[in-house]
Design a protein around this ligand. Structure first.
Ligand code: GRF
Length: 219
């Protein structure tokens, strides 16, 4: 049997994805466990949520460091000290340097609220509505030096509804995120999804397009 995969989750905000990932692992054998939740600011709501779940937490306050390099060195040291083999960014609102990304290459994931490669960056829900798109969703991807540009492992996809607002569709996208992020962690823990030398494999075949979860989450 495979050993349980130790996962660290890095957050800046409320941590609902962190909670979904942690709860999934404690309610069923997902093959991974959350060993630490780390925030870049003491006010991140997810720190209290993690503590309530009994997960060890730490804060690496970005304000305490002179520059990005010093902050990232502290974050990397904190992450390495946890023994985590997978680092999950979940609402972490900082852009990481290529050096940091290289250090954690192949064991660093992010979730982005769009069907990448569409709508990299911010304000994705409003931009999807303004464009009149028929579908929206979220993507879990490996992190590379290109912002929101690493290989996508899984997407949750849902239809835009007539009358949707950024708030209403964001809520449904979040519900989908809470399904796909734990599922990707589970696939990685099982060895079914793996990063080898810059290529993502699914069941030992190169993954040529993202795994799709079709789901109108609030239906
Ligand atoms: C999510 O929408 C995620 O896609 C984006 O930041 C948000 C984090 O939400 N990267 P939460 O803190 O997990 O609730």
């Amino acid at each position: 049997m495979r050993p349980t995969l130790p996962v660290a989750v890095v957050i800046s905000g409320r941590g609902s994805n962190m909670e979904a990932i942690a709860r999934a692992a404690s309610s069923a054998n997902r093959g991974y466990r959350v060993v630490r939740v780390i925030a870049d600011r003491p006010t991140a709501g997810g720190i209290a949520r993690a503590a309530a779940l009994g997960i060890p937490t730490s804060v690496v306050p970005v304000k305490d460091y002179a520059d990005r390099g010093a902050f990232e060195a502290a974050l990397a040291a904190e992450l390495e000290s946890t023994g985590a083999q997978l680092v999950v960014l979940a609402g972490f609102m900082r852009i990481l340097s290529p050096e940091f990304v290289r250090r954690f290459e192949g064991r660093l994931l992010n979730i982005h609220p769009s069907l990448l490669p569409a709508y990299k960056g911010l304000d994705t829900h409003a931009r999807v509505l303004a464009a009149g798109d028929s579908h929206h969703g979220a993507s879990v991807h490996y992190v590379t030096a290109e912002l929101d540009g690493g290989p996508v492992v899984m997407q949750g996809r849902l239809p835009v509804r007539p009358g949707d607002t950024a708030e209403s569709i964001s809520a449904r996208v979040h519900t989908l995120e809470h399904i796909i992020y734990p599922n990707v962690c589970t696939l990685i823990a099982a060895g079914r999804v793996a990063w080898r030398n810059g290529t993502v494999y699914f069941d030992d075949e190169p993954l040529t397009s993202p795994l799709i979860e079709e789901n109108d989450a609030a239906a």
